[in-house]
Every structure is written in structure tokens, then in C-alpha cells.
Design a protein around this ligand. Sequence first.
Ligand code: F0G
Length: 358
Amino acid sequence: MSADKLQNWPGVIRQYQRHLPVTEDTPIVTLGEGNTPLVPAHNFVESIGGKFELHLKYEGLNPTCSFKDRGMTMAISKAKENGAEVVICASTGNTSAAAAAYAARAKMQCVVLIPNGNIAVGKLAQALLYGSTTVAIEGNFDEALRIVRELGETGKVEVVNSINPFRIEGQKTASFEICDQLGRAPDFHFLPVGNAGNITAYWKGYKEYFSVKLSDRLPRMFGYQAAGAAPIVDGAPVEQPNTVATAIRIGNPASWDGAQAAIAESNGHINKVTDEEILAAYKRVATSDGVIVEPASAASLAGVIKANAEGMIPDGSVVTATMSGHGLKDPDNAIKNAGFEPTVVEATREAVMKVIGL
Ligand code: F0G
């Protein structure tokens, strides 16, 4: 393949420009996000006794290693177009990593509010290294978002959380890509639900592609919250959300209505999965198919396992699931849950042979 063929992905805004609210004058701030692989997970399906096709949208392979880059290229480009100098967000770690990276590239100041002690170490490292002003509040994500909304009202900072509609516009491109990669829309789409922006965005994307006849069907949207942070499933905000999946440790999602509309309009389903179920799915997909995701992403796979056990996925269905963030963002959980430790031996061939049973 020629060099140009290998380098021709222009990022999601240029690729899907005609579906996005940008003009020729929008200064596009991109790191080449999008075009992430759709990885078939045959072994995973076989291991749970399923009779359907499962494809993992591996969003951990975006430039800052989560799906947030799709929304952030839009939010930062539009902020730049509008002359903003300072952007701000509340985050459980991935939005802040993406905001910090794209703001750095756009030469803007970035301020991130994170829940002190409750973000994965890789995400903290990103916010710091990309040079954002990192504020760890003694509170949770919902409290951080409340402060960010208040600061947004001063007009001095541009909020780049998913309450910024350009974020949703960028994130909907994941649905376009899935349709382009599969040559059709899936029958079911599974994803983790935290602040509920992504389920809102995916559904918007699937509907738009369908309405312009670039796909011939609409999937049923299946969303999963962590049991300790399941306000939409339980029907009320959760004061003290808690889960090992810190990315979705959210008690009062901003896009609650969007999630409910996606589920109702698509004849979908929303449910919750326990931390044990999340960690079991997390480990299963790593060992069955060589895909490492962060715990929040595994909530969608715990959902696939649950829906399959409940007989909700007919044989032969085409199922997609969003692997929202890379597993290496959270090495502490990876090591803690692997179930193995390295075997330390003296540096001899015999010692190694003994360990492997040769
Ligand atoms: N998966 C990961 C890895 C996430 O980081 C998030 C959200 C979600 C799933 C849920 O997506 O909020 O659109 O429903 N992370 C946000 C953040 C809250 O601050 O990084 P959602």
C-alpha cells in the first residue's frame, strides 16, 4: 500500500464534514481521532454460549485513548472559531484528558475539575502532562459539574462537557463509522452509561445516517450503568455514587433525557451491572480476545453477558459494543484483577523451564 493510503484519514470532522455543524472557516483542531477498529470478538461470544456476531468498537485507540476525542475535536474547534481562550470541564478523567490535549494544540488554557482520589492514574497523568490547570475537588463528579456550569454562566470560560452540543455532534461520528465499517447498522448496540452523552450521541448518529439512507436500519440501544451509580435505571439521582468503574461514577447524569429518549425510540433497554460482573467481563475480554479496556467500558460487555443470559439477543444478530476507553488508563485495576503475579526466578534456563513445566 502506498504511503498516502496509509496516511489519508483526516480526523472525524473532515471525514464527516457534511454531517457536522462546521464551515470552511472553522479552524479544525484535530489529532487524527476516529477510524478506530471494529474488532470481532468471536471467542468472547463462544465463551458465553452466544450465537450472535459481536464487534467491539475499540475507542481506546483514539489519540488520548478514549471516545472523548471525537467530541473534543468538535468542541475545541468551535470554541476556537468563537474566539474562546479558556476552556473548562468536570471529568472522571477521560473528558479532562481529551480537553487538555486538544486545548494544548489549540493554544488555549484548559481547566479541569476532577474528583480527588477517584480518577484512574493514567488519566491524571494525561491532564498533568498536557499542561491543563488540574483542580482536584473534595467531592464527586456531579459536584464538579455543578461548579463548572456556574463558572460557564460567567461567560469567561467555554464549557466543554457534553452539555456543550458540539460534543454530542462529534461523538455521533462513531455510529457513522460503525455503519461504514459493517456496511450496515447493527441490530443491537451496547454501551456504558455515565453522564449519558454518548448514548445520546450514538443514537443521534444512527438516526441521521438512516434518515439520509446511508444505513438501512436502526439498532436497538442497550445501555448499562454500574449498580452503585445507576440513577437512570433506579429512576432517581444517587447522592453518593460508587463503583470500581470510576469513569461512570455519576449520580445525576446531564443527558438523562437523551438516554431515555434513545432507549424509548429504539425499543432499547437500560439496566445495571454489579462491580463483580463488570470485572468478570473486563477480564474475560482481555483473555478471550486480547482486547484491554477500562472497567467502565466492560460495563457494556457485562451487559452483553446479561442480555444473552436473559435470552434477549436472537441467534444471528449483529451486535456492536463500545469499548469506550483503553485499559492501560487504569493499570492499578489491571494488576489487581489479573489474578496472577509474575513468577520471579533466578536468571537461568532451567529455572524458566521449571516454571513453564518443560
Ligand atoms: N466509558 C468511559 C471510559 C468514560 O470515560 C465515560 C464517561 C463513559 C463510558 C460514559 O459515557 O458519560 O457519555 O455516558 N466519562 C466522562 C468523563 C464522564 O468525564 O470522562 P457518558
